[in-house]
Write a protein that binds this ligand. Structure first.
Ligand SMILES: [Zn+2]
Ligand SMILES: [Zn+2]
Length: 194
């Protein structure tokens, strides 16, 4: 989880089938304040299981705490949570091997910029052409991409005001608007990590 805003968490109930198929709780990796929000928003998922219509009627979820700058391993990959600012809200971006995913960013702290070098792929939010108080706009995102120099960058979290084809034609080489169904290759070279 990056943060607990509705546009990022309201799909959580759809994870119900995974808990059912795995016969285990689905781990949610997040900070403490996000866990508190999720426990409120999805109170039914954390209530007495005896209250549910059926044991499989609610998603089975458990929490794993993540801390900015403390790397952990998941599915054989190193995951590095990174602090980014979303308006006044401190939230998380993630670096997973050679890929970073940073959405809902308005300010990228200098320390975090230093952890986003040498990327093959950066997924970065860019809301629209006009500035916005809690999101980077497209020019701002492009300036950051030019600094960080990932091989490929995908812009995401765009508003309805952005036309896909028009934006695609305007973007510099190696930068693309993301699309539904986009897959990004994940690689991690342990020998290069030092
Ligand atoms: Zn948000
Ligand atoms: Zn959002």
């Amino acid at each position: 989880m990056t943060h607990a805003h509705a546009d990022h968490v309201m799909g959580l109930d759809d994870l119900r089938i995974f808990g059912f198929r795995m016969d285990a709780a689905v781990p949610i990796y997040c900070e403490d304040n996000v866990e508190q929000h999720l426990r409120q928003t999805f109170a039914y998922a954390f209530a007495d299981p005896g209250q549910a219509a059926h044991p499989y009627a609610v998603p089975r979820l458990r929490f794993e705490r993540v801390v900015p700058n403390q790397s952990f391993q998941l599915l054989g990959l190193p995951i590095l949570p990174l602090r980014v600012k979303h308006g006044r809200l401190p939230i998380l971006g993630y670096r997973i091997g050679n890929v970073a995913f940073c959405t809902d960013v308005s300010t990228m702290p200098a320390e975090t910029r230093g952890q986003l070098t040498g990327l093959d792929t950066l997924v970065l939010s860019a809301l629209r052409h006009k500035p916005h108080p809690t999101h980077m706009h497209i020019d701002e995102a492009l300036r950051l991409i030019a600094q960080l120099k990932p091989r490929t960058a995908y812009l995401t979290h765009m508003s309805h005001e952005v036309d896909y084809e028009q934006l695609l034609a305007e973007l510099p080489e190696g930068v693309f608007p993301a699309w539904d169904g986009l897959t990004v290759p994940l690689q991690y070279d342990e020998s290069a990590a030092g």
